[in-house]
Design a protein around this ligand. Sequence first.
Ligand SMILES: Nc1ncnc2c1ncn2[C@@H]1O[C@H](COP(=O)(O)OP(=O)(O)O)[C@@H](O)[C@H]1O
Ligand SMILES: [Mg+2]
Length: 286
Amino acid sequence: MAVIDRVLEPVISPLKETMRRDQTWPFLIEKQPPNIDVSHQVLLYVEGLSVSFDGFKAINNLNLYVNDGELRCLIGANGAGKTTLMDIITGKTQADSGEVYFGQTIDLLGKSESEIAELGIGRKFQKPTVFEQQNVFSNLELAMKAHKGILSTLFARLSGQQLDRIDEVLEIIGLKEHRRMLAGALSHGQKQWLEIGMLLIADPRLMLVDEPVAGMTGQETERTAELLTSLAGERTVIVVEHDMEFVRSIAKTVTVLHQGSVLAEGTMSEIQNDQSVIEVYLGETS
Ligand SMILES: Nc1ncnc2c1ncn2[C@@H]1O[C@H](COP(=O)(O)OP(=O)(O)O)[C@@H](O)[C@H]1O
Ligand SMILES: [Mg+2]
């Protein structure tokens, strides 16, 4: 016995160390949401931001401040820089100059896309990217597992808490009755809601939503306006949209981008009566 102990000692000793009750493997620690300082009510600061593509200024000395819990609409003609702005905030595109802060203290420039996602910034692209061959529930389950990290996918079963969260999200996005339906069989609008749900699983603090109602029916558009309105408050939502009816129906503060800068900002009626906006944007569409 003693001999075996001695032989196994080099193996068992580090194992014992690892298994100590008071120790936890880093990959088992639940990710804590980062501490975001919103003591000045502002969640997102963009200051003096510029980016050029081959000498063309897609974003040109742009300033934008979005309050915590706000639902902000970004509008602007094609090429105004709306998507590029989202690309910079989410770390997909590097800025040439300027600052982007998440709360008072977190500098987003220079962070990778995954670091920014971990900070609680979720993004929905224009085209829905759900897994068509999986049902609605599985799509949310996959989003949950992706969020929790690689290791948890080895444990096939989700915890009760995680299942509750999926139920909650199904309720929010209005797809409870469709949980067993293949995502590929959903309407275009339902796919968009499912994708919003996949973002919500990670409980983001800030959601960036690019043209959510493009291609939706009138009813789906209305439902999306309700959905996004209900999400704000608890979280902050920035939505880029062309559909002026939609913007009118949800908007509290609207920011108009033009040639990579902020042209005007205010309530929908302020924007509609702004001479510069009428000339460069609304004039074209109405
Ligand atoms: N990766 C890129 N390379 C070159 N030009 C780009 C790139 N991304 C965007 N642009 C250009 O920057 C401008 C702003 O584009 P974008 O941000 O997509 O506008 P919006 O979303 O407001 O329609 C456009 O002129 C576009 O062609
Ligand atoms: Mg765009």
